[in-house]
Design a protein around this ligand. Structure first.
Ligand SMILES: Cc1ncc(COP(=O)(O)O)c(C=O)c1O
Length: 387
């Protein structure tokens, strides 16, 4: 079908392109982490100070306003989203937006588990639902950046300033890569393992004043496990937002997150992180533009993610059936891993077959530029096997 290509001379220096856990920041090493809080009680003065420091740095880097509270919670981004859904939904109509696997997961929670009569606005992989169809009288649950399709909302302009409902935003692939409009966001969540290349296990829950008001004035109709409870006797448990975590955190993961936040500050903060992700995404898009066998899954460049770039096959490769395309993507991934040239570049299991390359701030643009020729090489090797 196609000729083999010679192996490219230069490999990405750091071949880490996974969409989660994502590449560690450049220069990271376990030996650089502060370990004084390990082996100590997480309620000790020292550990609480480190947890509070992680929260303060988060606020500074993400420019979270003072009236929004920030908590470190269990179970990564999923835990943070579940806490928000279980604790807040119920009193108002709910609109859920889903255009890829994770958004669809939150639909399942609200509709099948909480049994809410929700309005679900869906779109196929590669597209966004009609954001103007969102009723501002309802609570709205959405993913800012759909990691498995590479489609993100272009901005927050579709969210009404005078909304009656709450906006609950899964921002896990967007935080630290987008200037999130905090006045439009009542709840945001993310996990450390994404744009800052931290560890899994803990999530961040950011609550605006309207979300706190809801929490304090509403008793969910369903049981609330201890791990989800943010109020006691109708009042917010303020300690959770000062580093007094609900249960025991991994202080090693906390120290790793602090290191990544300090790295982010040294780069120049949020603007620098966004610029790094944008440069990486542009470098990958340049290669896509020059390459006949691959195309972006996100149809509209205005809704294209700058972190998880999802690619579909084009040309003759797109004529293979779905199983053939999945096998092709897997083979490309395997070949690149064997060469140590790139790890974890196959698309998500529930997404259309193709490739996915993480372009967040912890990836270096030189490595994205070096990746393109290797993807070409692996494609030409792998497609031979499909003939
Ligand atoms: C948009 C989105 N939401 C939620 C999750 C789940 O994150 P975690 O495994 O950190 O709970 C992911 C993970 O990739 C994601 O991309």
């Amino acid at each position: 079908m196609t000729d083999l290509l010679p192996k490219p001379a230069v490999k990405p220096a750091r071949p880490f392109f996974s969409s989660g856990p994502c590449a560690k920041p450049p220069g990271w090493s376990p030996s650089k982490l502060a370990l004084g809080s390990l082996g100590r009680s997480h309620r000790s003065k020292l550990a609480r100070a480190r947890l509070a420091h992680a929260i303060a740095l988060t606020r500074h880097v993400l420019r979270v306003p003072v009236d929004h509270r920030i908590a470190i919670v269990p179970a990564s981004d999923t835990g943070a989203v579940e806490m928000a859904l279980w604790g807040l939904l119920g009193p108002k109509p709910v609109t859920l937006l889903a255009w890829e696997s994770f958004g669809e997961g939150w639909v399942t929670d609200a509709v099948k588990q909480l049994k809410l009569e929700a309005t679900v606005l869906r779109a196929d992989y590669g597209q966004l639902p009609d954001l103007d169809a969102v009723d501002p009288a309802s609570d709205v649950v959405f993913t800012w950046n759909g990691t498995t399709s590479g489609v993100r909302v272009p901005n927050g302009d579709w969210i009404a300033d005078d909304r009656a409902g709450l906006t609950i935003c899964d921002a896990t692939s967007a935080a630290f890569a987008t200037d999130l409009p905090w006045d439009k966001i009542d709840v945001a969540t993310y996990s450390w393992q994404k744009v800052l290349g931290g560890e899994g296990g803990h999530g961040m829950l950011i609550l605006g004043p309207r979300a706190v008001e809801r929490l304090e004035g509403h008793v969910p109709a369903w049981p609330m496990p201890k791990i989800f409870r943010l109020t006691k006797s109708g009042a917010l448990i303020e300690g959770v937002f000062k580093g007094e975590t609900i249960n025991t955190p991994s202080m090693l993961a906390v120290e790793d997150y602090i290191w990544a936040l300090e790295w982010a500050e040294l780069q120049g903060g949020l603007a620098a992180l966004i610029a790094r992700a944008d440069a990486n995404a542009a470098a990958l898009s340049d290669w896509v533009g020059r390459t006949g066998w691959i195309a972006h899954l996100a149809a509209d460049p205005a809704t294209r993610s700058n972190t998880s770039l999802c690619l579909k096959f084009a040309g003759d490769a797109a004529k293979l059936d779905e199983a053939g395309q999945r096998a092709l993507a897997k083979r490309i991934e395997e070949l690149l891993e064997l060469e140590g040239a790139a790890y974890d570049v196959a698309g998500y299991r529930d997404a259309p077959p193709g490739l996915r390359v993480w372009c967040g701030a912890t990836v270096d643009t030189d490595d994205i530029e070096a990746l393109g020729p290797w993807l070409d090489w692996a494609f030409h090797e792998a497609i031979q096997g499909q003939d």
